[in-house]
Design a protein around this ligand. Structure first.
Ligand code: HEC
Length: 424
């Protein structure tokens, strides 16, 4: 269902301070950056987390919540995303001390609706739309991480079609679509890459790992092991034969901490680029020479997330907890750092529109999209109508430059939805 441009559920969003404004109450530094990586990747940090019933959460309550999260999502669990936990006692003490004597952020009117933004409600409101991609005809394909469904939006009518992936507990996360309409869908839990032919027939390939992202190259599809520990691993599925090979990447300097491989993108020269959320590194791998190169990020606990590579080879890296976009020259290794216009915006995902000279940035906390002019590096803020809009993924419609946005908080604060930001 399409909602009127610039509105949430047909109405203005209620006044509600952003997650950025709650995070800005915490003192800056490595402890905060580590907290941001560990504790804001699934759900936003907001009034419900920090000031339940209007009062600061007590140390005991923090400790109970932190211990519960560690026991379900820490090392040794089935979803060990909290790879480098701080001791629960000191984290609880720091949160209590930081929030006990501060006023919660003031309730301010949300910014005026931006007529360029339209939201579309996913048919199942409890789903988590993880990744999306625009097909050649402008349809938008979305992975439904929680329901094993794929959604196909016709943006002209606002209607969604659905396709159930024929795999039990499919857990679809990442997606690539070939020019001929073949889909490649990475299924996390089952450790599979699923291929859907342009006629709708599904086949699967076992990659033997819970992967996070996909990248297409001339011969097939790459995925990265989200939880494979040391060394970080890639797997490749050859499109013509279905053969699967794996690659070990150089070991990280923190052997006790699982690096949590994250984004994967193909550069114009065929190299594969990857970020590590906890490892704090960005790596390139050349499938021809099998050489890797490692780039350490300029800030510790910076949480490099969903990077992108431009047609000129420049790599654009969102440093989630450091609040910066790094512009990396892969030849010289030089990094230019661009601060976000809002404190604690949590830049999560970057997509480059080469044709229009635009770097799009989606964030985890500021309820906004940013449009950076590649030449001037100026960032324009485009407010989103929904509060608690944790933006996990973006794709550009190459025909007209429109941006598509997937929101995905878990647990969600709003019914599942995606959004379109018109280029003009
Ligand atoms: C893998 C996803 C994930 C991560 C990472 C995570 N959480 Fe959670 N969190 C959840 C889920 C799911 C819930 C829903 C309630 C439940 O299941 O306990 C939740 C609920 C909460 C709540 C209760 C909010 C409410 O609605 O009252 C707090 C507070 C919280 N988490 C704090 C944290 C902290 C602190 C961390 C970091 C140590 C963290 N979370 C990391 C998934 C996560």
């Amino acid at each position: 269902m399409a909602l009127a441009p610039g509105t949430a559920a047909g109405q203005r969003a209620p006044a509600h301070p952003s997650s950025s404004s709650y995070l800005s109450l915490l003192p800056d530094g490595p402890q905060k950056r580590q907290f941001i990586i560990d504790c804001t990747g699934c759900h936003v940090f907001d009034a419900k987390s920090a000031f339940p019933d209007g009062a600061p959460r007590s140390r005991a309550s923090w400790k109970e919540r932190i211990s519960s999260m560690y026991s379900r999502f820490g090392a040794g669990t089935g979803f060990p995303i909290i790879a480098d936990p701080q001791p629960a006692d000191s984290l609880a003490e720091w949160l209590e001390r930081s929030l006990i004597n501060v006023r919660p952020p003031a309730v301010v009117d949300p910014p005026p609706a931006d007529a360029r933004v339209t939201e579309f409600l996913i048919p199942d409101p409890s789903d988590l739309p993880h990744d999306l991609m625009v097909e050649g005809d402008g349809s938008v394909v979305v992975t439904g991480m929680f329901t094993s469904r794929m959604y196909i939006l016709n943006p002209r009518t606002g209607e969604f079609a659905t396709d159930n992936i024929p795999v039990q507990g499919a857990n679809p996360r990442a997606l690539h679509i070939d020019d001929d309409g073949t889909w490649w869908v990475m299924l996390g839990g089952p450790g599979l890459v699923a291929r859907r032919s342009p006629f709708g027939a599904w086949t699967t390939h076992s990659v033997g790992m819970y992967a996070h992202s996909v990248a297409r190259d001339a011969t097939g599809i790459w995925v990265n092991g989200h939880f494979t520990g040391h060394p970080s691993k890639l797997a490749h599925v050859t499109a013509s034969t279905g053969a699967v090979t794996t690659v070990d990447l150089p070991s990280a300097s923190k052997p006790g901490v699982s690096p949590i491989p994250y984004e994967l993108r193909t550069a114009p020269d065929g190299k594969i680029w990857m970020s590590e959320l906890h490892g704090g590194r960005v790596l390139s791998y050349d499938p021809k020479s099998r050489d890797s190169r490692v780039y350490e990020m300029p800030v510790t606990h910076s949480g490099p997330r969903r990077l992108d590579v431009g047609a000129d080879g420049t790599v654009w890296i969102p440093l989630y907890s450091a609040g910066e976009i790094v512009e990396l020259n892969p030849t010289t290794g030089a990094m230019q750092r661009h601060a976000m216009p809002v404190r604690d915006a949590l830049p999560y995902v970057v997509r480059v529109d080469d044709a229009r000279g635009v770097i799009w940035i989606g964030t985890g906390a500021s309820n906004a999209i940013y449009r950076m002019d590649r030449a001037t590096k100026r960032m324009e803020t485009i407010p989103l109508p929904s509060r608690g809009a944790l933006v996990r993924h973006l794709d550009v419609d190459k025909r007209n430059g429109d941006l598509w946005v997937a929101y995905g908080a878990s647990p969600g604060t709003i019914a599942a939805r995606i959004a379109r930001v018109r280029a003009q």
